[in-house]
Design a binder for this molecule. Sequence first.
Ligand SMILES: Cc1cc2nc3c(=O)[nH]c(=O)nc-3n(C[C@H](O)[C@H](O)[C@H](O)COP(=O)(O)OP(=O)(O)OC[C@H]3O[C@@H](n4cnc5c(N)ncnc54)[C@H](O)[C@@H]3O)c2cc1C
Length: 475
Amino acid sequence: MADFDYDLIVIGSGPGGYVAAIRAAQLGLKTACAEGRATLGGTCLNVGCIPSKAMLHASELYHEAKSGALAKFGIDLQGTSLNLDQMHAEKSKAVTELTGGIEFLFKKNKVDWLKGYATFESANSVSVAGKTVSAKNILIATGSSVTPLAGVEVDNDAGVIVDSTGALALPKVPEHMVVIGGGVIGLELGSVWLRLGAKVTVVEYLDQILPGMDEEIRKESAKIFKKQGFDIKTGTKVTGATVKDGKATLTVEPAKPVPSGAEGGGDASTIEADVVLVSIGRRPNTDGLGLDKVGLALNAKGQLETDHDFRTKVPSIWAIGDVIPGPMLAHKAEDEGIAAAENIAGQTGIVNHDIIPSVVYTYPEIAGVGLSEEQAKAAGHDIKVGKFPFMANSRAKTNRDTDGFVKVIADAKSDRVLGVWIISSLAGTLIAEAALAMEFGATSEDIAYTSHAHPTHAEALKEAAMAVQGKPIHI
Ligand SMILES: Cc1cc2nc3c(=O)[nH]c(=O)nc-3n(C[C@H](O)[C@H](O)[C@H](O)COP(=O)(O)OP(=O)(O)OC[C@H]3O[C@@H](n4cnc5c(N)ncnc54)[C@H](O)[C@@H]3O)c2cc1C
């Protein structure tokens, strides 16, 4: 492209942006990626998926060793102690390895890293670190950041009221941590500190945790979390917070006022905590992009709207990932990154947004793909549901790992699978089979008659599929 410096400039190097840049380069486009952070990989690699999974894994190992849970397998681990600095160091090492890996992949694929934050100058140019760079196409992949909560001011340096980034790096185990928001991030990070010895209270505005998931899964998850020691206060609103002498005092009140004396009602009260994690959601990053220069407006949720090909209403500008509508998930951003790059290169890139799995990496893990039972009914489907508990799965029983179940929701007439929900230590891995089956339009019978290796947790998915027709073997 003689007239432009690049065929494509990607703004942001998160899982959406870096994957799009690599795919575009693979397809022969001269590509650059602007990133203002000191390392590549975006939220996911630096302060999201990767460090949280590192802390979840390490804290799970610690908890298993410390709690005496291994004694029944003949493993006595007396005197287990926590070296939190080392745990953080190992997490940081994983982050450094993985962010460095993206830098390596950029070099390998000849993607130029433009170091700095990009601001639009025109529909075909941006300014990065004071330099104007032009491209035939520009892809916005600027991701998201933590949604603030009015009256509860985050200060990660002070370490009392923190967001997810602060909660991933606490220098000591809090005595009492209050998590505001019973969604994925709050429950994952709450699990980390609960396992390391904190008392953890989750305050959720809605009447159940894990919004958006299947109702039965939400209820069962809450039961399991409570058994683990989480104090879960649903239907509760945080109205403010004060910090004094390194402690926070939160004011809370019932989310829905009820007549005095009625069950579940009550006046405002306070909760003391030494750490408060604000995890009520994330909002798209668009500040400083200079969207007004190119005539792009945001929707009511602050997101950029695109068409099916991920093109905005300005033909040379595209957008993907957390900055556009849809679930804020790394693999959704990656899939969109590949599709957008293919479309920009003149190929046909498509993402099936109906089949994007979501996983909560707690213990056990909680995963789902497709419709919940409530969504399937609301969409007018006549449904059949098959369920199978891990209590009846031989491998789970042998491993003493029997929490949870698989739920398969199929259309009653066509038998086509509409949704699969799993609570299991391996749910995040098992859900991939369900997603693949659904991508191919599988019926529950297709899954039921597919051979599954024995003994594996995956057999529970097969049996839940058999249960759709009412014929599981092991229950
Ligand atoms: C604690 C936590 C745990 C999570 N765990 C998971 C998980 O297990 N699985 C999962 O699927 N998702 C998880 N997520 C969500 C996941 O991180 C996001 O969905 C994903 O990172 C979105 O990717 P993205 O490419 O859209 O944007 P991001 O990853 O947010 O990356 C955007 C990048 O753009 C850069 N940027 C912004 N503006 C500019 C600009 N003007 N110029 C240059 N650069 C700019 C930012 O610095 C950032 O690096 C988690 C999130 C958090 C916070």
